[in-house]
Every structure is written in structure tokens, then in C-alpha cells.
Design a protein around this ligand. Structure first.
Ligand SMILES: *Cc1c(COP(=O)(O)O)cnc(C)c1O
Ligand SMILES: [Zn+2]
Length: 443
């Protein structure tokens, strides 16, 4: 089974074990391509059955949600070089109460944050770090793996690197990632460089530094990660017994994840596992919305923006690397791009939490956008809607604390629920309980 890098502009091919991130001929991005002819020799039924079987296995490495689809992901990596924490297989949560409130009973939230490092980035990092392990085993002189990050990529890289014994270097914008995100690479023994710039500034520097071929670049312009991330769409369809939902709504920053989502679904269609495609919605923070602006101009013009501060810090990106890929996907999937303000995203996250979720601010953006499309009648009450939750809310606990304390700057909390401070007397407690129960009944 084969796969290789191929330039998305001129089609030039490279080995996936070449240390290269852009085309040498034309500077285009490189995508991993698969030998579809060979994959097509097996029937759609064969693949469905194989993937279903592996969902219940523990056999290395197929028990992983990513490596259970190894033939479609990266068949060239030997099993002994796979670095996996059995990522994937995350719950697709039926958000019954939230859906009822919003008037769409068939609402689901794919909880990609219920993963080893708490975000979907694990799906891609397992593939990239496995490839590096194989390159090192084959004698390539790689000293370390590096990435710029809005937090979650560095957490994933550090954990997988530590598990494999490969040194990692992470570039973070100083003061722009949450404490929980910062402590992950620190704990995993990465070299943590905190730079006085934003994500785009970190990205420029890491690209310079990784021109030295002994430092391997782990950012999502490296499309090995997309191969792992593309399993998310396949897994969602599998979780609905191979039925395609009507909508998939995803928070979008550097645009690697939406590109991967589209890629996985298109591969399913090409290999006959599905016939229809969902509509894809990219959800952006209004403070970091280059894709939204471009969508509004029918993708005819694209300008990077200076990303402003947003609570959805993981998508505070003004110059997304995978812009071209994402536009292709949106055109193919009858896509929509919508944005959410800081107040909208914070309140949408809090509202979802009250129905049993524990959402990160990025997921808040996706939920706020979902609400807008329902109100506008674009999403109808008969539609099956899957919101892709990209990280665990625990990574953003400060955001939640401040929301409920009502100290988030410029935001009016619609659903604050601060702790009630009382003297330690039974009388005071009884009174407070009566009040609270009344309030809950009123909703
Ligand atoms: C990385 C990340 C995103 C954005 O994904 P892109 O591929 O950069 O578009 C969204 N949410 C969270 C929590 C992330 O970590
Ligand atoms: Zn090229």
C-alpha cells in the first residue's frame, strides 16, 4: 500500500519521509495522496466491516481510532514505529436538552476533546510523530520536532514526543494561551519558548528555524497531521451506522481541521462508503475572521487579517496556512462560513454547559454559529446536525470561572451561576436552597 506527498498546485510528488513542507518547484502545499486504485480493489462493505471490527479490538495499533483506519491514513508506517495513545473513538454526544431548546432535536456534539491531551490535535499528532520515529529509525538525522501553537498543538506534540523519547520544542505566544495549555508541554519535558508576539509571529520564526533539516516541523502545513485528523468525519459517519448527517459545524482557525474533515469524507465517497455529503460550516471568531471575510466576497479576494484577542484563543489566527485547502472543501460541500462575537461565543458555551456539556470557547463559537443558522432557517428542525467540539472545557477553566464571576471584559453573562457564600448556619442554608429550587423551576 502506498502513499506519498503531492503538491496541490503542480502535482509534483515526494516521499512522505522526505523532510519537506512545501513544493520545491512552486512553493505549493503538499497533500498526502493514496493509491486509491489499490484501495478500490476492496469493496465498501469490506472497509466498513474492517473498521467496525477494529473499533472493538485492542490489537496494536488498530485499537486506536486513527490506526484502525491505517490503510487510509498512512500505510507506510511500520506498526512498531507507531506512537499512539489510542486516540479517537470519542463520544458523539446526543445533545438532547440543548437541541430541544434550540428547536433541533437531532443535535449531536462530537467530543474530540475527550482525548489524551484534551483536544483533537492528538488525531494528527499520532501520525506525524510516528512518521518521525520511523525516519529516525531509518537513520535520518532529526534532533527534535518543533511547532508554533495556540496551545493545543504544543500539548499534543509534547505528549507524543515524550512517549516516543523524541525531543520537542514549542513556540508559544506569550500570555496568549491558557495556563492549563502552557503547563502540558512543561510537564511533558518539552523546551517551551514563550515569545513576545502572536501565533502568526511564532509561525514565522518556527518556519525559519526548521529550515535546518535536523529540526522537523510539526505545524499543520505538514499534511501528515491531516491524515490523522481526517478520521474525525469518517468516525462520525461510522457512529451513525454509516449514515451521513446533514450538517457538520466546525470551529476554524488555521483551517487544517476543516480541510482534513473534507478530505476524509471525500475519500469515503470515492471508495463507495457513502453517496451524499454533509454541508460543512466553518465557525470563526469575529475577532479573527479572514475566512469569513473571504466567504462574504465569494472567495474572490483573500486578505490575511491581524487577529484580535479572542476568548477562543485556539483560533486566534489571522493568516491561516490551509486557506486554499479550506476553500476547496467549502466549495465541494456547499459550505458556509459564519462568525460569532465574544458575547455570543461565551453565552453559547455557557448555555451548552447547562445542558450537560463542558465546552471550550472554540466549541462556543461553533454553537453560537449553529444558533444563528437555526434562527435564519438555514438549518431546519428535521436536520441532523453534528457540532465538532475541538477541545475539553477543562483546558479553559479560567474562561468559565470568569464567565460565572461575570468578570469577563465586555461580556454580559446571560447564565451566570456563581457559588453562594453563606454563614455556616442551617437557617441560612435552608433559605438559600428554597430560593435556588424556585429559580431552577422557573428555568
Ligand atoms: C487547533 C484548534 C482549532 C482550530 O483548528 P485549525 O485546524 O487550526 O482550523 C480549534 N479548536 C481548538 C480547540 C484547537 O486546538
Ligand atoms: Zn508544486
Amino acid at each position: 500500500m502506498h502513499c506519498w506527498f503531492e503538491c496541490i498546485r503542480c502535482g509534483k510528488q515526494y516521499s512522505i519521509f522526505d523532510i519537506i513542507y512545501r513544493c520545491e518547484e512552486c512553493d505549493g502545499l503538499l497533500d498526502v495522496q493514496h493509491d486509491v486504485k489499490q484501495l478500490k480493489r476492496k469493496s465498501a462493505q469490506y472497509w466498513k466491516r474492517l473498521f467496525d471490527q477494529r473499533t472493538r479490538t485492542n490489537e496494536w495499533p488498530y485499537g486506536s481510532g486513527v490506526w484502525g483506519k491505517k490503510e487510509w491514513v498512512c500505510p507506510r508506517i511500520e506498526n512498531r514505529n507507531v506512537v499512539s495513545m489510542y486516540e479517537g473513538h470519542t463520544n458523539c454526544f446526543w445533545a438532547e436538552r440543548l437541541g430541544e431548546e434550540l428547536g433541533i432535536p437531532d443535535l449531536w456534539v462530537k467530543l474530540c476533546g475527550n482525548s489524551h491531551t484534551g483536544s483533537f490535535k492528538d488525531l494528527g499528532m499520532t501520525v506525524l510523530v510516528s512518521a518521525v520515529k520511523q525516519m529516525i529509525a531509518d537513520g535520518k538525522p532529526i534532533r527534535a520536532v518543533a511547532c508554533a501553537s495556540t496551545g493545543d498543538t504544543s500539548a499534543a506534540l509534547s505528549a507524543y514526543g515524550a512517549a516516543a523519547g523524541i525531543p520537542t520544542i514549542v513556540f508559544l505566544p506569550k500570555g496568549k494561551v491558557s495556563t492549563a495549555q502552557l503547563v502540558q508541554p512543561i510537564a511533558n519535558g518539552a523546551t517551551v519558548l514563550s515569545l513576545e508576539t502572536d501565533f502568526d509571529g511564532c509561525m514565522r520564526i518556527v518556519q525559519e528555524v526548521t529550515k535546518d533539516q535536523t529540526i522537523y516541523l510539526a505545524n499543520s502545513m505538514n499534511s501528515l497531521r491531516m491524515e490523522g485528523q481526517k478520521t474525525v468525519g469518517i468516525e462520525i459517519v461510522q457512529q451513525f451506522d454509516w449514515e451521513v448527517p446533514d450538517w457538520m459545524i466546525i470551529p476554524a482557525g488555521n483551517l487544517g481541521n476543516v480541510s482534513a474533515l473534507g478530505k476524509g469524507l471525500l475519500m469515503m465517497r470515492e471508495l463507495g462508503l457513502i453517496t451524499k455529503l454533509p454541508r460543512i460550516v466553518c465557525a470563526q471568531a469575529a475577532n479573527a475572521n479572514p475566512l469569513y471575510l473571504s466567504f462574504k466576497a465569494n472567495f474572490e479576494q483573500y486578505r490575511p487579517v491581524k487577529a484580535k484577542k479572542t476568548l477562543a484563543s485556539a483560533i486566534q489566527i489571522g493568516a491561516p496556512v490551509s486557506y486554499e485547502r479550506a476553500v476547496k472543501v467549502l466549495k465541494e460541500f456547499d459550505g458556509i462560513v459564519e462568525q460569532a462575537t465574544e458575547s455570543e461565543l461565551a453565552n453559547a458555551a455557557a448555555r451548552a454547559d447547562r445542558a450537560g456539556l463542558f465546552t471550550c470557547p472554540q466549541t462556543g463559537v461553533a454553537l453560537a454559529v449553529t444558533e444563528k443558522l437555526i434562527k435564519r432557517g438555514i438549518i431546519s428542525n428535521k436536520d441532523r446536525v453534528v457540532v465538532i467540539s475541538t477541545a475539553h472545557g477543562l483546558k479553559f477553566s479560567q474562561f468559565k470561572v470568569e464567565y460565572h464571576e461575570q468578570t469577563l471584559e465586555g461580556i454580559k453573562s446571560k447564565y451566570p451561576n456563581p457559588p453562594i457564600v453563606l454563614p455556616a448556619t442551617v437557617v441560612a442554608v435552608r433559605k438559600a436552597i428554597d430560593l435556588a429550587v424556585k429559580k431552577m423551576k422557573r428555568g
